[in-house]
Design a protein around this ligand. Structure first.
Ligand code: ZN
Length: 279
């Protein structure tokens, strides 16, 4: 299984005279890492070019102010010098538009947003703009700064990043026989692409339980906007089921573990009774 971004071409930025020598763009920093002795490589998600890798020379020299701007989860405006085709563009100027400082004040909030950034990095393709994914990313990171239910916000992001990447699980008919599903008589298979009726058991794919409650919530999330999730009241058992179903689909299409998930689960684990009593 290849990654979802495999096979998509990098179109880059073009103009009537060919590739420009410099250009500007806006984007959310998904991650950044050291490059060589003093450089930095940042991966951003942009509205016009999809995922974009850009490097900064001398970023870690004491005189450079660029490092702070290129922190993960910053929304930035960049000026870039274009590389030769196939190379990595160089950042010449960067300005922070929104550092999402409320998010960064809290370890759990940062961890949730890093999880969102990791999925955007995994599902986003270089040179292939996806406005829905960009808007989803910004809306989710913005919402994680507020007081809404952060776990449901992540489940909304999970389902909608699958949807806007072309991997939406089937929730209305059986993926195998295509008949409409009877209420409560359905299961789920990430590998088969969504819900299965009780009569169909395709050879090979893993089949998971799918309760009627989980099905209803997934359909609700599919058709509603993020702020509408505030109407939902969901118990821990159903939260776990939704998380497992969506996590299985995400991992299947990404074809790898989601690294930030484990840390997030560690943080979200409820305190042990003894510890809670002592607090
Ligand atoms: Zn069927």
């Amino acid at each position: 299984m290849s990654s979802p971004s495999a096979g998509r071409s990098r179109e880059g930025v073009t103009c009537s005279m060919g590739r420009p020598r410099s250009f500007q763009c806006q984007g959310l920093v998904l991650k950044s890492m050291s490059l060589g002795e003093a450089g930095l490589m940042a991966t951003l998600y942009t509205p016009d070019m999809g995922k974009l890798k850009a490097m900064v020379r001398g970023a870690r020299k004491p005189t450079s102010k660029m490092v702070g701007h290129l922190e993960p989860l910053n929304l930035v405006h960049l000026s870039l010098a274009a590389s030769r085709p196939g190379g990595i563009d160089t950042v010449t100027q960067v300005q922070t538009l929104d550092s999402h400082s409320r998010l960064k004040a809290d370890l759990e909030s940062i961890s949730r947003a890093i999880y969102v950034a990791e999925l955007a990095d995994g599902f986003g393709a270089e040179g292939s703009p996806n406005t829905d994914l960009y808007n989803l990313l910004l809306e989710t990171v913005g919402t994680l700064q507020g007081d809404t239910d952060p776990e449901l916000t992540l489940r909304y992001f999970d389902l909608h990043i699958l949807k806007c990447s072309g991997f939406m699980p089937e929730l209305y008919g059986c993926v195998d026989c295509r008949r409409d599903l009877e209420a409560g008589r359905h299961r789920f298979s990430p590998e088969a692409g969504g819900a299965l009726c009780f009569d169909c058991t395709p050879a090979g794919p893993r089949v998971m339980g799918l309760s009627l409650r989980a099905m209803k919530v997934l359909r609700f999330i599919d058709h509603r906007r993020l702020p509408e999730l505030a109407q939902l009241r969901i118990d821990p058992e159903l939260r776990r089921e939704l998380k497992d179903l969506l996590d299985a689909s995400l991992k299947y299409w990404l074809d790898r573990e989601i690294r930030s998930r484990r840390f997030l689960e560690h943080l979200e684990r409820p305190p042990r009774l003894g510890a809670a009593r002592g607090a």
